[in-house]
Write a protein that binds this ligand. Structure first.
Ligand code: MLT
Length: 410
């Protein structure tokens, strides 16, 4: 008999977003008349079409694949040089990142999960709470945790609460940890960390020989010029940080799939006997063994995000979604709800009215307004009492959500 990875049995219920989809399906089966009214502001999935610069580049790449003289088979596992170079020039200018420190992939969800392949057992892992559930679940899957308690917190992880009091930026751990997951602009709270706060984290990591796994999937939404877009803007980060970036939310690639990981060659981990090994070397080995590269037309499309037309079109998309976020913030505030985030990120994080739990709020918004939101508790125990509204939608839908919020809380 084949034995299984029993760590999977420790996982709580379903992954958050499929679970929300299941509840929405049940609601529509019970209320078929209300189904057409449903507006989805749950999962952060883009709604606007791909920029034309991206589409044209992808079309041209497909045509190349139709001609023997330009046809391409397997590409470099790490990604085509043209894309890695464009990333370095456009996203990391003056940050001392070289093209061979960039690894192209098909998504940050996979990257933030797969990165655990290169770390050994026994690491003390710090996770902010609330948090993007992938970081937690993938640690459970590889056996880095014990069982979950009644609130869903796993034994063995160090949870760092992010609350209204600390501005949803976790305080530094008071003990030594080895791996730290940070996400800024933050999913789910939509808040950002200042340069000083990020410096505090990098200094902590250097002092404790820890690695920061920095998820910057939402950096393109930053409006405040003082807020860093990359952890590599912070001195010392080249020695202790790995950064994850994606084309999903800026270029609208959630359905196309393209992302990248930046691992400076100077970041190292340790063998049991204390020998230092560059993590770049391990990730490179992992990537070339388990991945055959993102597809050529997709990488061509991603590179077009950095063309002059692509930049203009992406800026318009960002402006659109951030305009939505501003409307949602205002509508929640007018409804008397306390609002966070949504100024440098496409997520608005809202306090539930007193005594209402976040899943009760989910049911209320679905039942009374036919609006799908994400319950804060789905992101961790500290998310209880909050809900997240995604600004990824059409303007028309967002305006309608604002009207319905006014009706439900009016
Ligand atoms: C979210 O809604 O948190 C994100 O869309 C999930 C993801 O990017 O995988």
């Amino acid at each position: 008999m084949a034995s299984i990875n029993a760590n999977y049995l420790k996982l709580k219920a379903g992954y958050l977003f499929p679970e929300i989809a299941r509840r929405v399906r049940t609601f529509t089966e019970e209320h078929p008349d209300l189904a057409p009214r449903i507006i989805r502001c749950g999962i952060g999935d883009v709604t606007e079409p791909l920029p034309s610069a991206v589409r044209e580049a992808m079309h041209a790449a497909v045509d190349e694949q139709g001609d023997r003289s330009t046809f391409k088979g397997y590409g470099p596992e790490q990604g085509y040089e043209f894309l890695r170079q464009a990333i370095v020039e456009n996203q990391y200018a003056d940050l001392s990142i070289s093209a061979d420190e960039v690894f192209i992939s098909d998504g940050s969800k996979c990257d933030t999960g797969n990165i655990l392949d290169i770390f050994g057992p026994g690491n003390r892992i710090a996770i902010t709470d609330p948090v993007y559930p992938v970081y937690v679940d993938t640690n459970v899957m590889v056996g880095n945790t014990g069982e979950a308690d009644s609130k869903g917190a796993y034994e063995g992880l160090l949870y760092l609460p992010c609350t209204a009091e600390n501005g949803f930026v976790a305080d530094l751990p008071t003990e030594k940890v080895d791996l730290i997951y940070l996400c800024f602009p933050n999913n789910p709270t939509g808040t950002v960390a200042t340069r000083e706060q990020l410096k505090g984290w990098v200094d902590y990591a250097l002092a404790h020989d820890a690695i920061i796994l920095f998820d910057a999937a939402y950096e393109a939404f930053i409006q405040d010029p003082e807020i860093p877009h990359s952890i590599f803007e912070i001195e010392g980060a080249r020695d202790c940080c790995i950064e994850f970036r994606s084309f999903s939310k800026n270029g609208g690639f959630t359905g196309v799939r393209c992302a990248y990981v930046v691992i400076p060659k100077t970041v190292t981990g340790s063998t049991p006997d204390g020998t230092r090994i560059p993590l770049h070397q391990l990730w490179s080995r992992r990537h070339s063994t388990k991945f055959n590269g993102a597809s050529y037309p997709v990488q061509k499309g991603a590179a077009a995000v950095f063309s002059p037309e692509g930049k203009e079109q992406v800026a318009a998309l960002i402006q659109h979604y951030m305009g939505n976020a501003a409307l949602l913030r205002e509508a929640c505030q007018t409804a008397g709800l306390q609002v966070f985030g949504g100024e440098n990120a496409p997520y608005v994080w809202v306090s539930c009215p007193d005594g209402v739990s976040s899943w009760e709020m989910f049911d209320k918004m679905l039942g009374e307004a036919q609006v799908v939101i994400t319950p804060g508790a789905g992101f961790g125990a500290a998310g209880e009492g909050y809900f997240r509204i995604s600004a990824f939608n059409s303007r028309e839908n967002v305006e309608e959500v604002c009207r319905r919020l006014a009706r439900v809380f009016g």
